[in-house]
Each structure stands twice: as structure tokens, then as C-alpha cells.
Design a protein around this ligand. Structure first.
Ligand code: GTR
Length: 328
């Protein structure tokens, strides 16, 4: 959690760049957006697309300026900066939100969705709406959900087929208790690290492996070190596009409409980019010699079941989970 001091010191440079961005085009409001992914990644491109739509619809009155590649810091930091109004838009994974926003837990829990189509149905319906609205009580506006494929384990030690193959391995997890508990339940040692630290942690063997989706595995170059990919498909944890509520309410109502509409319309654009990107990423890393194993899905499901059961004790998570399963 960021303290007020961290915010004041650590965000001085950011505040400067935000100020510059806001005066970037005279008379235009420029929204600063952050993403940890590299230029060209589907989430970055979807927000850029939104920026073009907004620019057109407002004759340049409202614009988005994208800071990709983690230029504005870790995901957990950008969430707090947006809450405090020091950053306008941030695109993060639900894993970075789980601990502070428990309503998002259900989206990251293991083996909750059966497929990408199932997840999209849920995010497009009442489940997605309830979770996006939940951000309003905490200084944020939930603009949209984006795809993040399905997370699988990979490592540089050995192929994984059974949960027992993970025993003893040091596995990087995002800053979410769900992933810490899941990796522990599978017999491995969870090591929480921020996204920007994972590649060098793998390279220096500080960790043995991690878990993520195909495009991230490729663009972060983790595939160059971790040569064993296991198709565990343990979490569909999607991405969320969030806006500072302070900044949102400062905009004239007509611009708020334009923004919400552009965010909603960016979802199918992102999905198309995603589907293409995911297939290409997989083909590229397999061609580069990464060995893919199918896992014993039943054994993984059973080992992960106690983690899911623990979270389902929360009535709110239970209700959302019931709605998700009803759409399976
Ligand atoms: C990716 C996600 C990033 C980041 C990363 C991680 O799938 O797109 O936003 O959360 O995972 O594991 O840190």
C-alpha cells in the first residue's frame, strides 16, 4: 500500500509529466494513461484506439496520452495514483486489485471460467457490471474489462504434468493473495514480485518459474529463459481499465458520455487484437523451442479446490460465482 509520503515523493516526476500532458494541447484536456505492457501490446493499442475515437468525437477537446512499458510505475502504484487523482487512467490486471478490492477476487480464482467465451459472457453481463460499479465506492470508475487469455505455469527446471512436478519450485506470483495461496496449494513456493522484476528474477535464477498468458510470456522475453510451459489454464484473471473518479467527474457530462461509450466500444476491438496476438505469440515461442506439456487437469483442479472453497465463504464472492457458473 502506498503511504501519503510515497505519493508525495515518488509521484513528483509523475505529477510533472501529468501537468505537462494536461497542457499538451492548448485548450484540450489530455488524459494520462498508464500500462505496464510494451508498445503494441493489445491493451496499449485498445486504449490508443479509444484515444482516437474520443479525439474525433470531441474535435480534439479530449485526448489520451499513453505511457506504456511501466513508465509510470508498478500496477499497484498506478491504482493508488488514480484513486488520489494524480493519474487519469490505468490498465491493470485484476490480480493487482484482488487484495484491496475483494469484489474482483472471483475473476482471478482458479478454475472459475470454462473458456474465453464463457468469461466474455460473464464480463458482458451482470457479473461484469456489478464488479465495475464496485470501484465507484473507492475513488475509481471501472471503464471496461479486457481479455488476458488464460494463465499457465512455466519454468526453467523441468516439464510439469502433475501438481507434484511443481513441488519445491520457486514460482513468481503477482501481488494477490489468491495466487500466493494457489501456488502454495500446488506444493510450490510463491514469490510475489512486480511485473517489471520477473524477467531478471528468472534470468538470475532468483525464481524457477512464473505463470502468465502467451502474449506476456513472449513480450516480456521470459520464454528465452523459462523453456518449459505447462498448459495448466488455472486462471482467466482479466484486465481492467480504470479511471480516476476525481478526474472523471471534473469532465463536462457530454465528455463523460463520449469516454464511457469509447471504452465500451474498445472491448470488441481489443478482443479481436487479442485473439490474433495470442495465437501468434504461442506460435512464436513454440517455434523458438519452448516445450509445451498438457497437464493432468483433474489433479490441478483438485489441488486448487481448497483455495476456491476458502474464498467462496464470502457471500458476495459466492453470489458472483453462482452467476458465473450459471452462464457456463
Ligand atoms: C499480465 C497482465 C499485466 C500484469 C502481469 C503480471 O497478464 O496483463 O497487467 O498484471 O500479467 O503478472 O504482473
Amino acid at each position: 500500500m502506498l503511504t501519503r509520503r510515497d505519493l508525495l515523493t515518488g509521484s513528483a516526476a509523475l505529477a510533472c509529466s501529468v501537468a505537462v500532458a494536461r497542457s499538451y494541447a492548448a485548450g484540450a484536456a489530455v488524459l494520462t494513461a498508464a500500462d505496464v505492457h510494451i508498445d503494441g501490446y493489445p491493451t496499449v493499442e485498445a486504449v490508443r484506439w479509444m484515444g482516437r475515437v474520443i479525439d474525433d468525437a470531441t474535435q480534439g477537446r479530449l485526448q489520451i496520452r499513453m505511457y506504456h512499458s511501466g513508465q509510470l510505475g508498478r500496477e499497484t502504484d498506478t491504482i493508488n495514483l488514480a484513486r488520489f487523482g494524480a493519474l487519469d487512467i490505468t490498465r491493470v490486471n485484476v490480480a493487482a486489485l484482488n487484495n484491496a478490492f475483494p469484489l474482483t477476487d472471483v475473476l482471478a480464482l482458479p478454475y472459475v471460467f470454462d473458456s474465453t467465451a464463457h468469461m466474455r459472457r460473464c464480463l458482458d453481463g451482470v457479473v461484469g457490471r456489478a464488479i465495475l460499479q464496485g470501484f465507484e465506492a473507492r475513488g475509481l470508475v471501472g471503464l471496461a474489462f479486457y481479455d488476458s487469455g488464460v494463465r499457465c505455469f512455466y519454468n526453467h527446471v523441468r516439464p510439469i504434468v502433475q501438481p507434484a512436478d511443481l513441488v519445491g519450485l520457486k514460482i513468481r506470483v503477482p501481488p494477490s493473495d489468491i495466487f500466493v495461496q494457489l501456488v502454495r496449494a500446488l506444493g510450490a513456493n510463491p514469490t510475489p514480485l512486480s511485473y517489471g522484476e520477473v524477467f531478471s528474477a528468472l534470468q538470475t535464477h532468483l525464481i524457477d518459474g512464473a505463470e502468465n498468458n502467451w502474449p506476456t510470456f513472449l513480450t516480456s522475453r521470459q520464454f528465452e529463459v523459462a523453456r518449459f510451459w505447462a498448459q495448466s489454464e488455472h486462471s482467466f484473471a482479466p484486465e481492467v481499465l480504470l479511471m480516476s473518479q476525481q478526474r472523471f467527474t471534473s469532465l463536462p457530462p457530454r465528455d463523460r458520455e463520449v469516454l464511457l461509450d469509447a471504452a465500451a466500444r474498445s472491448v470488441p476491438v481489443m478482443r479481436e487484437l487479442w485473439d490474433r496476438n495470442e495465437a501468434e505469440a504461442r506460435a512464436t515461442v513454440e517455434k523458438a523451442g519452448v516445450r509445451v506439456t498438457e497437464v493432468d487437469r483433474k489433479a490441478f483442479g483438485s489441488a486448487a479446490a481448497p483455495v476456491l472453497a476458502e474464498y467462496l465463504k464470502d457471500p458476495q464472492v459466492m453470489r458472483l460465482h453462482r452467476d458465473i457458473r450459471a452462464l457456463a
